[in-house]
Design a protein around this ligand. Structure first.
Ligand SMILES: [Zn+2]
Length: 880
């Protein structure tokens, strides 16, 4: 809970730890309410430390001290000071290594914050990143203190038949009173945030992987008994990830055992604890009838992500939490590459950019903007952000582009070789890439320290006499909190040129001739000239979204339609369709605001028709070409967000396209609609994506024929993708069977928590009237539980973050509701509470009436007593 003035931690204040802990031996006597911990620390003075104090400060919170001893001598109360957040031993040996033994007690059942050791259903498990270990025992809880862990777990055999921790199992035995013990040893020194233990009644799915050097690795996935039939995909994903990392990065797994445990109650997605990953069930469990195709993809991505951390995060870790992007940005980039290789690189890239532009760009433009390497924090849990993760990955991707794949790999090899077993900084990463390639990336480093999304403004001039094209690119980055003025960044901009017939025109630039080049934009304004162009070409710029920037370039609707038809770059082809739709929608928004009648530009109908009839390639990609820009993306383009006009204009486009192209939509739907069991292969996934995109359009027609199609699909579906899309079409229309379908879905899936989450989300994100009343009623539903983060996200999170139309209702009821829930969550789970506050953070982007209402709720939150540091930081920064 918050002191009078919560402290800010600054990167510039970093100093090396005063002591090192080379080894820790942990003994747990497990119990739901009364777990006893005995910790034996082998310490010595850190020769790198400049500090001259002879005291030792160990961090610990919400712990009950039983005893403390140094080198076998119990300490008197006068020899230490026990505070709320630390235990200070006044005098410890300076000239020799010494041992401290601490005994303490914790109550996992009371731990609803889900940090440290806690209870999930009947299972005991841990979450220590970022600073949860200090809720287990007193320690130097910082990532640059790396220790070898030996852990012994003791507990009741019936309640806790399975006892797991990091590393390899080194012993086990029986005890009196139906109790038993298991010992684990991790040979790799690690920071305490990578510690984990799990105890419970778990079933195991086992397999093995043979590494590139022929070592046999046992793979084990632990779940509750009723989920044992939903682990196959996760296991296959793990093997795919292990194989991919060997092939792509030459990195092999190091322990003999790799374990994954799925738990119901989890604040994040998953956690890369050494050898013992703990996962949110959402990213493990899948069966075709319970999980959608997107769920399958996310599972493979997250399993890959946590596995890749074994090198990018565990073997080489972060010196301090300001360096979080060192492990997260890099590992997200690695998991994006992996997922692209596993599915479709074009589709994966579009999905990632879409998420980045709608959500991270908003963060970067608001009061919570921060660089990927932040300079200050009050609560580090608040910095597990889209900026650190997703923009961090974009920064690594730009390095990959600038150095090319081979150069990037060379740099990574040097990084892992040079820093194995160390806790390092983002600077060390960039330095390794520079040294391996003999290049200099001085200006590029600004991406780590500057916040905000740069805007590239591009103008073109064609000179028919000299047959030259001149492209002038200006860069500008708007001010962000504490950074009023920005320096120009080094921005890689990929470029292609198209001839009038749609073919690629050669790019003659600096004595070379290529079909595609990367321009190095490094100045505030630069002009690039291209020769030997007898006709003015059409420019395809920022191919593959080669930098996380906003591109401003005058384009006619016809030019965009041309690029949508011909651009060979799959990202830019999709982007042309998006920008075409954006322009059309914004003209309609203007008409709505002026009270004029709405008319759809024929060019977009023709463009969509040509997409609909070209069903030759990747069907998932075709489905993406048909998707209109989301309301949240459109919001990001408006100076003052008009949620109602955005919704109305976008719905008008969707409905009119459905009317004018209904023959094509229906034909395509029927062509790809099959009775499928839901196999997860690219062909089947593509068929489902495309036909469901068609259904989503058709459902706007609100006619009997389409009602029938949706209901048919809902009741006959044998896979969750089809069933859920059909239900969504029903829920977001005036379908007469709406209530009956929702009930039947609930009854069918009431035992499957993850499916019921979808049921909540579907209702919370509906654009139909009365949604707010539905959300309020769902808060009282017996299946709703404030202590389960997935459930909170599926209802409160979905409503406040994915239903702009109703959350921003002009009467302010959505804002009041969210503040009520934030305050309720504040005492239960501060991390989840602060995530929910972000729904109010963008208040300055709305009209005066909404601004006032949102601000009022933020002020109400800040004025509340006993506010957690987590919530205080987000709410107060939002108001600043
Ligand atoms: Zn991660």
């Amino acid at each position: 809970m918050r002191d009078a003035s919560p402290q800010t931690v600054f990167l510039k204040d970093y100093t090396p730890p005063e002591y090192l802990i080379e080894q820790i031996e942990l003994n747990f006597d497990l119990d739901e309410q009364h777990t006893q911990v005995r910790s034996t620390l082998s310490l010595r003075r850190n020769p790198q430390s400049q500090d001259s104090s002879t005291a030792l400060t160990l961090l610990g919170e919400e712990l009950q001290l039983v005893s403390i001893a140094i080198d076998g001598q119990a300490l008197e109360q006068s020899q230490y000071l026990l505070g709320e957040e630390a235990l200070v031993v006044h005098e410890v040996p300076q000239d020799r290594p010494f041992q401290i033994v601490i005994e303490n007690v914790i109550n996992p059942q009371a731990n609803t914050a889900l940090e440290g050791l806690y209870l999930s259903s009947s299972m005991l498990c841990t979450q220590c990143e970022a600073q949860g270990f200090r809720k287990i025992t007193w320690f130097l809880d910082r990532p640059d203190v790396m220790s070898r862990f030996k852990t012994t777990l003791t507990g009741d055999k019936s309640k806790y038949p399975v006892l797991l921790s990091n590393g390899n199992k080194i012993g086990q035995g029986e005890l009196e009173n139906n109790r038993h013990w298991v010992s684990w040893e991790d040979p790799f020194a690690k920071p305490c945030y990578l510690f984990a233990l799990v105890a419970g009644q778990l079933e195991c799915v086992a397999d093995e992987f043979i590494t590139m050097t022929g070592r046999r690795i046992a793979l084990e996935i632990f779940v509750e008994q009723h989920n044992i039939d939903k682990c196959d995909h996760a296991m296959q994903s793990l093997k795919n990830a292990m194989h991919w990392d060997e092939e792509t990065y030459g990195l092999e797994y190091d322990l003999d055992l790799y374990m994954i445990v799925a738990v119901d109650h989890f604040n994040m997605g998953a956690m890369e604890n050494k050898g013992l990953n703990v996962f949110n069930t959402k990213f493990v469990l899948a069966r075709p009838d319970t999980a959608t195709d997107s769920d399958y993809e996310h599972i493979e991505g997250v399993i890959g992500h946590e596995y890749f951390h074994n090198w990018s995060g565990n073997r080489v870790t972060c010196r301090d939490w300001f360096q979080l992007s060192l492990k997260e940005g890099f590992t997200v980039f690695r998991d994006q590459q992996f997922s692209g290789d596993r599915t479709s690189p074009a589709v994966k890239r579009i999905e990632d950019v879409n998420a980045l532009r709608t959500r991270q760009f908003a963060e970067d433009a608001g009061p919570l903007a921060h660089p990927i390497r932040p300079e200050a924090y009050i609560e580090i849990n608040n910095f597990y952000t889209l900026t650190v993760y997703e923009k961090g990955a974009e920064v690594v991707r730009m390095l990959h582009t600038l150095l090319d794949a081979a150069g990037f790999r060379k740099g990574c090899d040097l990084y892992f070789q040079r820093h194995d077993g160390q806790a390092v900084t983002c600077e060390d990463f960039v330095k390794a890439l520079e040294d391996a390639n003999g290049v200099e990336l001085k200006q590029f480093r600004l991406w780590y320290s500057q916040a905000g999304t740069p805007v590239l403004t591009v103008s073109q001039q064609y000179d028919s006499e000299s047959q030259q094209l001149h492209l002038t690119i200006q860069q500008n980055c708007p001010p962000t909190p504490n950074q009023p003025v920005k320096a120009p960044l080094h921005i890689p901009v990929k470029l292609g040129l198209l001839a009038a017939d749609g073919s690629a025109a050669q790019i003659h630039y600096n004595d070379s001739s290529q079909a595609e080049i990367t321009l190095n934009v490094t100045e505030a304004e630069q002009t690039f000239s291209f020769a030997q162009l007898p006709q003015p070409p059409v420019v395809s710029l920022l191919r593959g979204f080669s930098a996380p920037v906003t591109l401003k370039m005058e384009r006619s609707l016809d030019e965009l339609a041309f690029l949508l038809r011909h651009d060979s770059d799959t990202f830019n082809r999709w982007e042309a369709g998006q920008q075409l739709a954006v322009q059309v929608i914004f003209k309609l928004i203007d008409a709505i605001e002026l009270g004029r009648p709405l008319q759809l530009e024929p060019v977009i109908v023709d463009a969509y028709r040509s997409v609909l009839i070209d069903s030759s390639g990747d069907l998932s990609y075709q489905a993406l070409l048909l998707a209109l820009p989301e309301e949240s993306y459109l919001s990001g383009q408006m100076a003052v967000i008009d949620v109602e006009a955005i919704h109305q204009a976008r719905e008008f486009v969707k409905k009119t396209l459905a009317e004018q192209l209904q023959v094509e939509f229906k034909q395509l739907y029927q062509q790809h609609h099959r009775d499928e069991s839901g196999s997860f292969d690219a062909g089947a996934v593509g068929r489902r994506r495309l036909k469901n995109a068609c259904l989503s359009y058709l459902s706007k027609l609100e006619n009997q024929d389409v009602y029938h199609i949706a209901e048919q699909q809902f009741y006959s579906a044998r896979n969750m993708t089809d069933q859920l899309t059909a239900l969504s079409a029903i829920v977001n229309s005036n379908h007469p069977a709406k209530a009956r379908s929702l009930d039947s879905f609930y009854v069918q899936w009431r035992q499957e928590a993850l499916v019921i989450d979808k049921w909540f989300t579907l209702q919370a994100t509906s654009s139909m009237p009365n949604t707010f009343a539905t959300v309020q009623a769902l808060m009282k539903h017996p299946a709703f539980d404030m202590k389960t983060p997935n459930r909170v996200r599926s209802l409160i999170g979905a409503f406040s973050q994915a239903n702009p139309l109703h959350f921003h209702a002009i009467n302010g009821e959505g804002y009041r509701f969210l503040a009520d829930q934030v305050l309720a969550l504040n005492t239960l789970n501060p991390q989840i509470a602060s995530r929910m506050v972000t729904g109010l953070a963008q208040w300055r982007r709305y009209d005066a009436a909404r601004q006032g209402l949102m601000k009022q709720q933020l002020q109400r939150i800040v004025a509340t007593e006993h506010l957690s540091k987590d919530v205080y930081e987000i709410a107060s920064k939002s108001l600043a």
